[in-house]
Design a protein around this ligand. Structure first.
Ligand code: SF4
Length: 238
């Protein structure tokens, strides 16, 4: 994973800003719930299904898959067409069914089982390394599985986290999601990372839209670079 190297003084400034953003979002949106699922292999399948579709669609597809097959082993041994049929409401079902089969086959090949429970005993970087060695699993998917499935102190960067953290000024303009993740993890302590992820996603979904962000309703406008530089003082403000 590529990393952004910043001077110590700049890192300290950004960590202070991140802490301020965390406090403001905590007051506005609240804390993260306790995150842990019972089955990490199914969590990974859910993460694959969530790619490039709406939450409602992937949740529906995942429910149908689990209802039809029950567990990861049965999914792994099911015909591709049956998996595709079950996950159709989630979109891209041809591609995703193939990825799911390939992932489960790779897990079995590497561990002799269709389970990922052994990841709970590993450190974060070892678990990430294992997950990203699976076909079609990138750094964001790996972090999503570790955070939602095992409550680990990681900070997955999706489109909302990237947009909001860039506008606020926590990551430099033009930074990719892959590069933003290790930077944000340097700025936010492990315990606060799941909360920061969830609250930045909510900020992006409800207030800091890609077009026409609602600055007036934003709980972090007092510390937002975009607001200060481009909006504050302008006749077009809020
Ligand atoms: S002040 Fe505006 S640009 Fe900044 S985070 Fe809030 S909504 Fe987004």
């Amino acid at each position: 994973m590529n990393e952004i190297h910043l001077e110590e003084k700049e890192l300290a400034r950004l960590a202070k800003k991140a802490s301020e953003v965390d406090s403001l979002l905590l007051s506005a949106f609240g804390d993260a719930p306790s995150l842990k699922s019972e089955n990490l292999a199914l969590e990974l399948i859910a993460a694959v299904l969530s790619q490039n579709t709406s939450r409602a669609n992937y949740e529906h597809a995942f429910e149908r898959l689990v209802e039809r097959f029950g567990n990861a082993k049965t999914i792994a041994n099911a015909p591709l067409t049956e998996i595709e049929k079950a996950i159709r409401p989630g979109g891209l079902s041809k591609k995703k069914s193939k990825t799911i089969k390939e992932i489960l086959a790779a897990i079995f090949e590497k561990s002799g089982d269709y389970s990922l429970e052994f990841l709970r005993e590993m450190g974060v970087s070892e678990a990430r390394k294992f997950l990203t060695s699976l076909p079609g699993v990138g750094p964001k998917t790996a972090s999503v599985v570790l955070m939602f499935g095992d409550g680990r102190g990681v900070l997955p960067v999706d489109t909302h986290v990237l947009r909001t953290s860039t506008r606020i000024g926590l990551v430099p303009e033009g930074t990719s999601a892959e590069m933003a993740e290790p930077l944000l993890e340097q700025l936010v302590p492990p315990k606060a990372r799941p909360r920061m992820h969830l609250n930045l996603v909510r900020l992006g979904r409800e207030i800091c839209h890609a077009r026409n962000p609602k600055h007036g309703a934003c709980p972090v406008k007092s510390t937002c670079d975009f607001f200060r530089h481009q909006v504050h003082g302008s006749v077009l403000a809020i």
